[in-house]
Each structure stands twice: as C-alpha cells, then as structure tokens.
Design a protein around this ligand. Structure first.
Ligand SMILES: [Ca+2]
Ligand SMILES: [Ca+2]
Length: 346
C-alpha cells in the first residue's frame, strides 16, 4: 500500500512537471512579440525556441521520434523525462537578450543555443516578426559565446552588430583561435558586414592577434617529450606549455615549432589586417614560406591563408597543396579550391 502511494505521488509529480512543461494558456506568438518579458524564464525560452525551430512542441517531437524507432529501442527513450530527452535531441538555451538590432522600433529576441544532442552552445538564434508569425534565423558561432560581447554597436550608429565566432584553427596551447565575423541585421535577415567595420578589425581583432604574436615571440615554450612519438603541435596541443621552468621531460620548442604556434595568430592577423587596411602583402609572403615547409602544420596553415587570398598565384599554390601527401593539407586545399570554384560560377 505504502509502495502504491509512493508510485501515485511520483505519477502526480510527473503530471505536474508535464503541465509545467507545456506551453501556458495565452502564450501566443503575439504575446511573445509584444511582451518578451513573458519569456523571462529559461524554461519558457526553451519551449518557445523548440516550437519555433521544430514546428512542434517537445512532447510531440519526442513521441514522433520514439514511434520511428525499432520497437526494442523505444522503452529506453520512453523512460526519459522530457528534460533528459531534450538534452539528447532538443534545444539547450545558454543565454538570451531582447534588443532592437536594426533600430526599427521592433525588438528582436536573440538566444545562444545548442541543438541536436550537441552540448556545445554553438548557434545564435535571432527571432523576428511579424508578430502573428515569428521567424527565426540561425547563425553558427563556435563557443564560447557571450551575447553581452556579441550584440554590440561597433560603429556607434545606434544599430547593433552581431559578432559570431569561427574556430579558424586549434590553438596548440589548448585554446581556440576564434575568427570574429560581423553581421548587420537588415529587416529580416543577417547580412555579412565584415568590410564595413575596419575599425573593429583593426582595434580589436588585429590588436589581439598581435598581442598573442608578441607573447609567442618573447616567451619560451616547452613541449613534453614522449618516447617513440614525434610531437605534432596541432594534434597534441596539450603537450605545449609555457617553458619558463622546463620540466625534466620537456624540451624547449624549436623556432620552426614556434612558427607553427604563431601561424594560428598570423592567420587571424592576415584577415583582420586586410579588412582594416586592404593590404595583404605579409600574408602572401608568409603563406608561400609555409607552403614550402617540411612541417605538415605549416602547410595546412598555408592552405587556410591561400583560401582567403585572391589571384592566379594563390590558385597555383592551392593546386600544389591539393596534391600534398598529408590528407589534412590536401583536404583543406581542395576545399579551398572548391570554394573558389563556386565563387567563379556566380
Ligand atoms: Ca528591429
Ligand atoms: Ca552599429
């Protein structure tokens, strides 16, 4: 009897949780648009975005997902709470802001989310009107994302720019070298606007890359020695550390290895400098040197640099790198050639 009571209580609690998880009465698209305050809790934001992205609510989506599974797999998913299922194949909300991006008097709702079982919060969602039929735009943005820093008025004209991240390359120090893309919101869509913000690329992105490069030039770094294994900076990034006091199983990295470390920040600097000043002579010179290097990591950096650059000489370098014996290099060069090819067809 006691057991039954406990089960009954659990069922009641489960029902209450389900009721709480369902969209509240009057939680209409109009209300959301006119009063974003209704979305004040992360739970409500999650439900709203799930509905918007999937065109149905989470319980319906979950039921359809389970129905499509082979019978023997269904009990496992049936046993999951909506919350647990959402973590596997749903919409995770990292943060959000209500802001009139384009200064047209109508607020947009911007959220950072993760989707499809990826715990990574790697997408910015911009929800926009009309009120009766909210639309959404998704922009990929590699973590870490922080809307306070990514929804900003870069040029002081009153309209907000949107900054997204693209991990250009793994940083051998275990961080990520993030390229910052700038978007402007125009009515109902995000437009790439990197070329309109030379000051941002000069004062923020280029300055940060140059600070990193100065640190790399001035510091000693150690690499952990693993017997029988040639250290590869970009695949064994955990092995690099600041080497003021090199440990017994470490040696100082060579100048060439230092150039690998630096190449990541050079890549950021090349792009930023080109946007800030229109010049890319240093990029061409360095990338040509990297392309001839015996180090796989530098040839890969060269392919990334040439992907950004234009002209017949760049095409020639990419053709050479596309025949590289290392798949990471040839793959990157082939992808770059594909992009350039697409560009020509337009
Ligand atoms: Ca607006
Ligand atoms: Ca602005």
């Amino acid at each position: 009897m006691r057991h039954l009571k406990v089960v009954g209580l659990k069922l009641l609690l489960g029902a209450l949780v389900l009721i709480a998880a369902m969209p509240k009465a009057g939680f209409s698209a109009q209300a959301v648009q006119s009063d974003w305050a209704q979305l004040a809790s992360t739970g409500a934001v999650q439900q709203f975005l799930f509905q918007l992205i999937h065109g149905m609510d989470l319980p319906t989506y979950k039921a359809q997902f389970i129905a499509a599974l082979p019978a023997q797999e269904r009990p496992r998913y049936n046993a999951m709470t909506n919350e647990d299922f959402n973590r596997i194949d749903g919409v995770i909300v990292g943060g959000y802001r209500v802001v009139d991006l384009d200064r047209d008097g109508k607020s947009e709702f911007v959220a950072v989310i993760g989707q499809g079982g990826r715990q990574l919060l790697n997408t910015l969602v911009i929800v926009h009107g009309p009120a009766s039929n909210p639309k959404h735009t998704e922009l990929l943005s590699d973590p870490p994302n922080d809307l306070a820093k990514q929804i900003v008025d870069l040029d002081g004209n009153g309209a907000f720019e949107i900054v997204t991240h693209e991990a250009l390359r793994e940083d051998p120090m275990g961080r990520r070298a993030l390229w910052k893309s700038v978007w402007e919101w125009r009515g109902d869509k995000a437009m790439r606007a990197e070329g309109s913000h030379p000051k941002f690329y000069s004062e923020s992105v280029l300055a940060a890359a140059e600070t990193e490069l100065a640190k790399i030039r001035s510091k000693r770094f150690g690499i952990t020695i693993q017997p029988g294994r040639a250290p590869s900076l970009l695949t064994d990034c955990f092995e690099i550390s600041e080497g003021q006091n090199l440990a017994a199983n470490q040696r100082e990295i060579t100048e060439e290895e230092k150039e690998v470390l630096a190449s990541i920040f050079h890549l950021l600097a090349f792009r930023a400098r080109r946007l800030a000043t229109g010049s890319d002579s240093e990029a061409v010179q360095r990338a040509a040197q990297w392309a001839k290097s015996s180090r796989r990591e530098l040839r890969e950096s060269a392919a990334i640099a040439f992907e950004d650059l234009n002209g017949p000489e760049m095409q020639r370098w990419l053709d050479i790198l596309a025949g590289d014996k290392e798949p990471r290099v040839s793959g990157r060069a082939k992808a770059a050639l594909g992009k350039k090819g697409q560009g020509r067809e337009k």
